[in-house]
Design a protein around this ligand. Sequence first.
Ligand code: PLP
Length: 370
Amino acid sequence: MVEAITRPTRIEISKSAIQHNIEVVKQTAGATKLFLAVKSNGYGLGLVPVSQAAVAGGAYGLAVALMDEALALRDARITAPIIILGISPAEQAELMAVQNIITTVVSLDWLKSAAQNLSGEQRLAVSIGVDTGMGRIGFRDRDALAETIDYLQQHQDKFEYTGLFTHFSESDSSEVAYFHKQLERWHALTDGLPAPKFYHVANSGAAMYHADEVPHDVVRVGTVVYGMEPSRGELNDGKDLQPVMTLRSEINFMKQLPAGEGISYSHKYTTTDDEWIGTVPIGYGDGWLRKMMGFNVIVDGQYVPIVGQVAMDQLMIRLPREYPLGTTVTFIGRDGALENTLEDVATHADLAPWEIVTGFQERLHRILVD
Ligand SMILES: *Cc1c(COP(=O)(O)O)cnc(C)c1O
């Protein structure tokens, strides 16, 4: 993998915005501890920089999908609690215990295999998953769940009963019936069973809109801390949140063309007059999608359109006059009075904002700023 640090194209991540958004979530939810979901390269913004900013900004711990992501955080000397939300190989139980990583358990068989692989020198912290209607992973049967918790408690030499959790499939819309169905199942499955060190059930939507209804002392959120309003404006205008990222580059080639000249692959754009066309070194190979043709970027405090197809590494913009090489081009972020938000990009691409950011490739240089 190559990160392009000699190219002017870069993502800047704001530490203060991450801190601010963490505070907003904690306050809104009434949470004392927040795990920030940093799976999939920190929602595309950069696993290590985002995690560092989050821990410095008040996150208690980090949540990843995979063991490899957890180990990458430990390699980066991040010592905060880490929870793996997906299923890891039972053969790796000892490594997770030694690295002090909380692992998700969704079957008794897994625990029994893990026990075989644990020396007992370090206990493995376990978070038990309950499927209340996401239909993904977790116990759906109370007896099997109770039996597993019982096994954990019988084997405290090897395991610590750290967490009990579920995941909501719809917590961020005005459609609340399914959320309530999941909540009922949560109570039916878990009420009266031995309590873990902590429950963690609230994702962004539940933390922001249903905190009163769910255990909320510990929340497990991503979207909202990245400045993306989970309901995309349906339940809240998101004005309390701060955008955490900008994406900028520079004009690195400039030319004037007469009318009738084609621009980029398949000549989807043809000049209609004498036109100033600038080239910018970013493309769909960076995760700036081909669907972004026609989107307005910001140059010198004004909107200018992306013309012609977005190529893998470069794209063209139409400018009102000649600009010097090195002029800043803002794809996401503020320039003067104008701002492009992630939501603007998502709307143009007809995708969700979290799909846009997780599509950002390794090649994009990411920088932490204050
Ligand atoms: C991704 C994920 C989260 C975070 O969800 P957001 O909606 O981004 O807050 C929480 N829990 C689990 C299990 C997840 O997979």
